[in-house]
Ligand binder design. Structure first.
Ligand code: AMP
Ligand code: GLY
Length: 431
């Protein structure tokens, strides 16, 4: 079949790389794609938020499956556009409708959903401009640190953790009354701070059945030892060594099953990925956030470990037949490190030549902010390349990835040298 993949980051390069390996895939198009996806299929210059343009392209090129990488087109109703059009409704569409995408697109919706279905998450209340004074009183009733979340999509920047009450009250006022995140912060969720370790699990679901994909841990802060500004993610490891069968069993029973069943009970059809951002606190898992997509850079460690045919799984999900499938996952470790432009996540320069890809061994480079020009590769974003290697142990995956990272070069290149290092400490099975 012909497949259209929406998006243009490292996650989409990893998805295109995996989709391209499927015997079910005839032609692969990526909109808009990047220099990496261009190695796996044909990049198409279409804005993924332009629903009519996406729909026309699908009809013109006889595309039978659309796979959406990022959340924004889903939250903005690309799935609804397809299901609402007579000509497009039979196209296999991997990603929820805007109703399903609200589990990522609205934090207060997600919290209500979790409460309704008894899914463990931090205690919370939500506030709007009209209830700002109650919000201030609520903050005063809590102990620090304070967690404030813009309700809507805020490009990953909408969560603010404040250490003092004064800072928290000031931030709440800015979010609600000064439009700190625009429309996204017209509602703010204030929630209990959970202490613990973070990890993520992923499933693909048809809305009734699901199959687990590999777990992962990402590294969000720009600096080593988790210091400095938050980023989209500076590296990731899969599997999560401390998530043994007991913890994974708890995650499935208390979080994954009630979430998939909850969507069904709430009459929300859902075909696609769910990414559960979790905090493990006192050995118990809590949901910090849902995402309706794979993560970036998590996809760059998950997909290399997936032995099953991703297209087959996605096709089964769209046809409501996932109960007949199970994802086969390699027992090997995968580790990815992001090579970033100097200055990221703040200001950085672009257009520097990338060299050394020919020296990469036992690993894959997934391009994120890379463009190809006159046969040269140039940096074109903050996160430039995700360098991934597999290994029989975490140490082996780490050694290979870092050897490959050192082979690549561009002016101002920065990467964290400690991805996965915290996970080498044994024993792992303390949860
Ligand atoms: P999110 O954008 O929802 O993933 O939140 C960003 C980061 O904020 C998470 O990865 C956590 O590190 C942190 N965070 C969010 N909610 C909480 C919470 N209730 N307690 C502690 N940390 C949190
Ligand atoms: N790496 C986190 C995310 O994709 O949301």
């Amino acid at each position: 079949m012909n497949i259209l993949l929406i998006g243009g980051g490292g996650r989409e390069h990893a998805m295109a790389w995996k989709i391209g390996q499927s015997p079910l895939c005839e032609r692969l198009y990526i909109a808009p794609g990047n220099a990496g996806t261009g190695l796996c299929g044909e990049n198409i210059n279409i804005n993924p938020l332009d629903k009519e343009a996406v729909g026309s392209f699908v009809l013109e090129k006889d595309v039978q499956m659309v796979v959406v990488g990022p959340e924004e087109p889903l939250v903005k109703g690309l799935g609804d556009y397809f299901s609402g059009s007579e000509k497009l409704r039979d196209i296999l569409f991997v990603g929820p409708s805007s109703k399903g995408a609200r589990i990522e697109g609205s934090k207060s919706f997600a919290k209500e959903f979790m409460q309704r279905h008894g899914i463990p998450t931090a205690a919370y209340r939500s506030f709007t401009r009209d209830t700002v004074e109650e919000g201030v009183d609520f903050l005063k009733s809590l102990d620090p640190p304070y967690v404030l979340k813009a309700d809507g999509l805020a490009a990953g920047k909408g969560v603010i953790i404040c250490s003092s009450e004064g800072e928290a009250v000031g931030t709440l006022m800015e979010m609600l009354c000064e439009d700190k995140f625009g429309e996204a912060s017209s509602t703010v969720v204030i929630e209990e701070f959970l202490e613990g370790v973070e990890m993520s699990v992923f499933v693909i679901t048809d809305g009734r059945a699901y199959t687990m994909l590999p777990s992962a841990k990402d590294y969000k802060r720009v600096g080593e030892k988790d210091t400095g500004a938050n980023t989209g993610g500076m590296g990731a490891v899969s599997p999560v060594p401390f998530a043994g069968p007991e913890l994974m069993g708890r995650i499935e029973e208390s979080i994954i099953k009630p979430t998939v069943n909850g969507l069904y009970k709430d009459n929300i059809p859902y075909c696609g990925f769910i990414f559960f951002g979790l905090m493990i606190s006192g050995g118990m898992p809590y949901v910090i956030e849902y995402n309706v997509r794979l993560g970036d850079p998590e996809a760059e460690v998950i997909l290399p470990r997936l032995e099953s045919d991703l297209v087959e799984l996605m096709q089964a999900a769209c046809r409501g037949r996932l109960s007949e499938h199970r994802a086969i996952i390699s027992p090997r470790y995968a580790l990815t490190v992001i090579l970033a432009s100097g200055g990221y996540p703040g200001d950085y320069k672009k257009g520097f030549e990338i060299t050394g890809k020919g020296d990469v061994r036992e690993g894959t480079l997934f391009y994120s902010g890379v463009k190809s020009q006159d046969g040269r590769l140039l940096t074109s974003g903050g996160r430039v390349i995700a360098v991934t290697s597999l290994g029989g142990s975490l140490e082996e995956a780490m050694d290979r990835t870092y050897r490959n990272a050192a082979a690549v070069d561009f002016r101002g290149m920065y990467y964290r040298r400690d991805i996965g290092r915290d996970l080498l400490k044994k024993p792992y099975n303390n949860h």
